[in-house]
Design a protein. Structure first.
Length: 245
């Protein structure tokens, strides 16, 4: 299949940058996969703020591939877990928070290709942008090497997470975990408030704060919906609560 070059319409500009060989090598080692077509990787790392082609189509493809691979992995790993629990567990592994964590561990924020305005506004650290790039990279591996290979990469990325999984927490999202933790200690439930909403109507980003007055904990989270932002803020608050109390 013939692919368009990275320097085709919309991308060929003074704002576009090439991946440094050293950065590319380190990233490939962490990912456990080396691209045969560097242009394909660059497309996967190109945000729409740089024009077209960008990584949105690869993100669409990668999301479907990831769902299938993670579903298969969970199906084989947890033989006695019912469908409902498998579904909730999968949701926790393919959501924005999980993908953002994977992307951060791989150093994608240092490699993501953004327009000047997006980069100046901190786009290289934005969870939604990094999560989308992670899905796009998965889609790119699938296009280049097929499902068997991308499945191997996904299993290697998720194995450490699965090995650390507490069976008692199957399928529970951060807000639920935080609520149950606080209730077990007879502490009032957290308060969530929206600090800021920015962006166009079709691409809004929400900033939400989570406050637990009794524990003097105040965290924030962002996401492409209020719910996602609340979950990110709850995840951070839960980590602090467990460590401090």
């Amino acid at each position: 299949m013939t692919r368009s070059k990275f320097t085709s319409q919309g991308i060929k500009s003074k704002h576009a940058k090439k991946l440094k060989k050293q950065d590319y090598t380190v990233f490939s080692q962490k990912l456990g996969y080396t691209f045969k077509q560097p242009d394909l990787l660059q497309e996967a790392l190109t945000h729409r703020s740089l024009g077209f082609p960008n990584n949105e189509r690869l993100e669409f493809l990668g999301g479907s591939v990831l769902n299938c691979a993670v579903s298969t992995l969970l199906f084989k790993r947890f033989l006695l877990l019912p469908e409902g629990d498998l579904t909730r567990l999968r949701a926790n592994f393919v959501n924005q928070d999980a993908l953002h964590q994977l992307a951060s561990a791989l150093g994608i924020g240092e490699l993501i290709l953004l327009g000047d305005g997006e980069r100046k506004s901190g786009g290289h650290q934005r969870p939604s942008i990094l999560a989308n790039a992670m899905e796009a990279i998965i889609g790119a591996i699938y296009l280049e090497s097929g499902f068997e290979k991308v499945d191997q990469v996904i299993v290697a990325l998720y194995d450490p997470l699965l090995n650390q999984l507490d069976p008692d927490l199957f399928g529970k999202d951060p807000k639920t975990l935080l609520q149950e933790y606080l209730q077990s200690r007879k502490v009032d439930l957290p308060e969530y408030s929206t600090l800021l909403t920015r962006g166009d109507a079709h691409a809004q980003v929400f900033h939400v704060e989570c406050v637990i007055p009794e524990f003097a904990i105040r965290t924030s989270g962002e996401g492409t919906s209020r719910r996602r932002a609340e979950q990110e803020a709850a995840r951070r608050a839960y980590k602090l609560a467990v460590v401090r109390h």
